[in-house]
Design a protein around this ligand. Structure first.
Ligand code: FE
Ligand code: ZN
Length: 258
């Protein structure tokens, strides 16, 4: 199988997961129809499923137009997103298996926090996870609907996947997330190195997607809430308490106003 990254809107990504044997494909988070339909045509694939990580418009905006072109196209989202995802036909829950063609097989991971129905799709082979607005490269989504506790445990769960697992998220926020990380954890050299790699990629017009869980463990302050330097920074910025969830909550609200 192959993964095609499709830039959408100003900083969104949709993805095409192609079964090379059958030329069938799943679309992850079609933000808008235009660029996704162009990629479908360029790849010469038939879409049999849309997988939505959550109900926000910039992740489902292309659902209707794409489903209209491919009759019988399944639209998968969490069961609790019923009524919020255009055209939804599959009401998934944690642990459910989803598949397209012969090669594209994934498991649903329920990771509430950004929204209450947020899910990720964990591909079997290659090991890759599509995290929407839950886990970003060196960051995470805002806790719009869930609590700090929910978001933190969702992030801990995602970063407990095998370290070599590739991550594909919903937005190209990597560079600005690393600016924040460098302020929170100034002595972390992995942050500096990743920032340099990121600007080299961005200068060439390339996406930073396909990073790894290992990268996150090394540089994502939102899952490094037990590191003394992270704890100290969070407390300096008004955080109270030193549990990992307390530190996470302080970092999240700091980042919201950063
Ligand atoms: Fe979102
Ligand atoms: Zn989004």
């Amino acid at each position: 199988m192959r993964i095609v990254t499709i830039p959408c809107r100003s900083d969104n990504y949709a993805y095409l997961l192609v079964c090379e044997e059958t030329q069938e494909a799943a679309v992850v988070d079609p933000s808008e129809a235009g660029p996704v339909l162009a990629a479908i045509e360029a790849e010469g694939v038939r879409v049999t499923a849309i997988w939505n990580t959550h109900h926000h418009f910039d992740h489902v905006g292309g659902n209707d137009a794409i489903a209209k072109k491919f009759s019988g196209c399944a639209i998968v989202a969490h069961e609790s997103d019923k009524g919020r995802v255009p055209g939804q036909t599959v009401f998934a829950k944690d642990g459910d298996a989803v598949a397209v063609g012969k090669e594209v097989r994934a498991t649903v991971i329920f990771n509430p926090g950004h929204t209450l129905g947020a899910i990720s799709f964990l591909l079997e082979s290659p090991a890759a996870v599509f995290t929407g607005d839950t886990l970003f490269a060196a960051g995470c989504g805002r806790t719009f609907e869930g609590t700090a506790e929910q978001m933190h445990s969702s992030l801990v769960r995602l970063t407990s996947l095998a370290p070599e697992t590739q991550v594909y998220c919903g937005h190209e926020y990597t560079a600005s997330n690393l600016v924040f990380a460098a302020v929170v954890e100034p002595s972390n050299k992995a942050v500096t190195e990743r920032a340099a790699k990121t600007s080299a990629l961005r200068e060439q017009g390339q996406s930073t997607m396909g990073f790894t869980i290992a990268d996150e463990l090394a540089t994502n302050v939102f899952v490094r809430c037990a590191e003394p330097e992270v704890v100290a920074s969070a407390q300096r910025e008004g955080g109270t308490g030193s549990s990992e969830v307390d530190v996470f909550g302080a970092l999240r609200s700091w980042k919201d106003r950063f």
